[in-house]
Design a protein around this ligand. Structure first.
Ligand SMILES: Cc1ncc(COP(=O)(O)O)c(C=O)c1O
Length: 390
């Protein structure tokens, strides 16, 4: 049975070009970039090449890119690194109520460490309250961290407007953006948007897992999380994962090279899915932004009177893979905080599924998924209604 993978916000299939490049490095250019001999220089050159790719995509300088083990580490380094570095200036930090755990858990940790945290509310489509944000920024606010594209519902925050608000109220406040779900899906210009730190994760755009990047404006001082050999200008000690960094660069190059075609293709798939579902199945609605406004690759749908997990496994039996929420939150059985913040009840949250697309998906796959949903959902609803009367 053909496999249909609609869980690309959790992770994506590595591109064959990326895999080929990585195998090349693993087999031939396996040197340590810190070594003074030729093998070391070769390895260093490969890292530099990835930095060149990021410099050109993000319109930043090559040495403003730090390599990490992924989105989680980039977020931790950006937030904890800023908090520790600037705490003498102030201990007030701000984030939103719809962040990924790799941001909100870090804020919880810093709160325990004595930092004061303000949490920005959001509306029923997931957009943060910009008026509240403006009012919360103070003289002692050292950091604001906001997610760019929400991983569960696809809301795109107006990052440029947020950057403008932050810097107008306090030019010294550092602005960090979790861009894990937006990089590779749209043009990203941190300097233009007044963003100081921007987190990226390779496995979300057909690169390898366990590698990511953090854009850091050269004027921002970060206290490192890892100490040791002083690699990456002391900001992230540890021998660089050269094959992974090369894979990350190759994936970034490939995705931005074909950005416009991919965007319209993925957007078409999302529309097609919603059209098919909303025209053929009763009692369904979108959680989050209007279909035209959200990120092209994510759609979160509420199927009333259906247990999302049961539907997920019914689709799995047909080789169709979707998600009940973010991949990371499948470790946490409690209902999603993001969906809760939209005003959904626990039952509605449990009746919601996320479909997320990539360039490898096709219209035929979407049509097949719609057909399966049209078959399965009335059956599940009948079963549930029958169960209730027993
Ligand atoms: C918005 C967002 N931030 C951060 C992460 C964490 O990235 P990684 O899996 O590379 O640690 C994810 C992954 O699901 C994400 O969706």
């Amino acid at each position: 049975m053909e496999e249909i993978y609609f869980d690309n916000a959790a992770t994506s299939q590595p591109s064959s070009k990326v895999i080929d490049k990585m195998i090349d490095i693993l087999t031939k250019d396996y040197g340590n970039p810190s070594s003074l001999h030729l093998k070391g220089l070769e390895a260093e050159r490969h890292i530099k090449n990835t930095s060149k790719i990021f410099s050109s995509i993000l319109k930043v300088e090559e040495d403003e890119i730090i390599y990490t083990s992924g989105g989680t580490e980039s977020n931790n380094l950006a937030i904890i690194g800023t908090a520790r570095s600037y705490q003498r200036r102030g201990k007030h930090i701000i984030t939103s109520k719809i962040e990924h755990p790799s941001v909100y858990q870090v804020f919880n940790y810093l709160e325990e460490e004595g930092f004061e945290v303000s949490y920005i509310e959001n509306d029923s489509q997931g957009y943060i309250d910009l008026k509240q944000l403006k009012n919360e920024i103070r003289e002692d606010t050292i950091l604001v961290s906001i997610i760019h594209v929400n991983n569960e519902i696809g809301t795109i925050q107006p990052i440029s407007q947020i950057g403008e608000i932050i810097k107008t109220v306090n030019t010294n406040t550092i602005f960090h953006v979790d861009g894990v779900q937006s990089f590779g899906k749209m043009p990203i210009t941190p300097k233009k948007w007044k963003v100081d730190l921007f987190s990226i994760s390779s496995h979300k755009f057909h690169g390898p897992k366990g590698v990511g990047a953090l854009y850091k404006n050269k004027d921002v001082r970060l206290r490192p999380l890892l100490f040791g050999g002083g690699q990456q200008k002391g900001l992230r000690s540890g021998t660089e994962n050269v094959p992974a960094i090369v894979g990350l660069g190759a994936a970034a190059y490939e995705i931005y090279n074909e950005l416009n075609e991919n965007r319209s293709h993925i957007y078409r798939l999302k529309n097609l899915l919603w059209e098919g579902i909303s025209n053929n199945i009763e009692d369904v609605s979108i959680n989050g932004p209007n279909i035209k406004e959200g990120s092209p690759h994510i759609i979160n749908i509420l199927f009333k009177d259906i247990k999302g997990e049961v539907l997920l496994h019914a689709l799995e039996a047909k080789n169709i893979f979707v998600s009940t929420g973010s991949a990371c939150s499948s470790n946490q059985p409690h209902p999603s905080d993001t969906l809760k913040s939209l005003g959904l009840t626990n039952e509605e949250i449990q009746s919601s599924l996320r479909f997320s697309f990539s360039k490898y998906n096709t219209e035929d796959e979407v049509k097949k998924c719609i057909q399966e949903l049209v078959n399965i959902i009335p059956m599940l609803r009948r079963f549930k209604a029958g169960g209730r009367h027993k």
